[in-house]
Design a binder for this molecule. Structure first.
Ligand code: AMP
Length: 283
């Protein structure tokens, strides 16, 4: 596995499968890398903690950085190369300029309409789209793998690529299922910060999602999720059932939707989501 730190060396592995990450790799990231390797193209994993997607009050400085372990996980999962760029390589005009580019980024509707991550983290998707579009330009992948764990992000990037089909010709976004701990907690780089009692409380999130796996009334389902989150001592930011397509209210008559939760345990913020089967009460 090659380790690439400069833009010049990137040219050697264009046209392959791209797995963008912020490092602190776990089994969820490994599943994306394995999916990329199964495509029989070279897999490039990027490890870059992107400052422009963190607001000043968020955990950029404290975000876990575990390069040695990341390299081992990436190689074992089948990565051909790992790109570990400096901030200057990604943002040659400097961070202040990058922050203003992120703030002006022309976002697809799904990055602003749902009032989910976009409402809680208003500057987040500008930074995500800026860095991902830069990585697409630099790496020119044929396939790019993103986790359903960050469902709104997956939909934002998919819509951004659809809206820019001239810029990234024939690039396909591949969604990958959320990988969970055996007890149901979605794997996340931030789980390592949970103390033992918070680790138990965090199970309220997957339990709340499971409670609406089948649902006949959206408002009742959302109320049930909130109740379960409360019972576990989680501070709910949102617990909603939305259209899978728009992430706004589900269209009437749809048979499936998406439950999405963001909740906090102290300073630790966790997100998760799952599919919801919608049935009419007598149907
Ligand atoms: P991150 O490094 O957290 O920005 O995540 C990099 C990629 O890994 C994103 O596409 C995430 O959606 C994906 N990812 C993170 N956690 C999981 C998980 N538990 N299962 C599947 N994919 C994940």
């Amino acid at each position: 596995m090659k380790i690439i730190e400069t833009l010049e060396k990137l040219g050697e592995i264009q046209g392959g499968s791209l797995v963008p990450t912020m490092g602190a790799l776990h089994e969820g990231h490994a599943s994306l890398i394995r999916a990329g390797a199964a495509s029989d193209r070279p897999v490039l994993v990027t490890l870059f903690v992107n400052p422009t997607q963190f607001a000043p009050n968020e955990d950029f400085a404290k975000y876990p950085r575990t390069l040695d372990a990341d390299l081992k996980i990436a190689e074992a999962a089948g990565a051909s190369a790992v790109f570990v760029p400096s901030i200057e390589a990604i943002y040659p005009g400097g961070l202040a300029n990058a922050a203003s580019l992120a703030a002006q980024f022309s976002l697809p509707p799904i990055a602003t309409a749902p009032r989910l991550e976009d409402a809680v983290r208003p500057t987040h998707f500008g930074g995500v789209c800026l860095v991902v579009s830069r990585l697409f330009d630099l790496c020119q992948p044929s396939l790019a793998y993103f986790g359903e764990k960050d469902f709104q992000q997956l939909r934002v990037i998919t819509q951004m690529v659809e809206e820019n089909s001239n810029r990234w010709k024939s690039l396909k976004i591949i969604p990958c299922a959320t990988i969970r701990e055996p007890d149901g907690l979605a794997m996340s780089s931030r789980n390592r910060y949970l103390d033992p009692s918070q680790r138990i409380a965090a199970l309220g999130i997957s339990r709340a999602l499971q409670s609406v796996a089948h649902c006949s009334n959206v408002a009742n389902g959302e109320a049930l999720m909130r109740k379960i989150l409360d019972q576990h001592g989680l501070e709910t930011q949102y617990a909603v059932i939305r259209s899978e397509k728009t992430l706004c209210a589900p269209e009437s008559g749809v048979k499936s939707a998406r439950a999405l939760i963001a909740a906090k345990l102290g300073a630790i913020r966790l997100i998760d989501n799952a599919i919801v089967g919608i049935s009419t009460p007598n149907g």
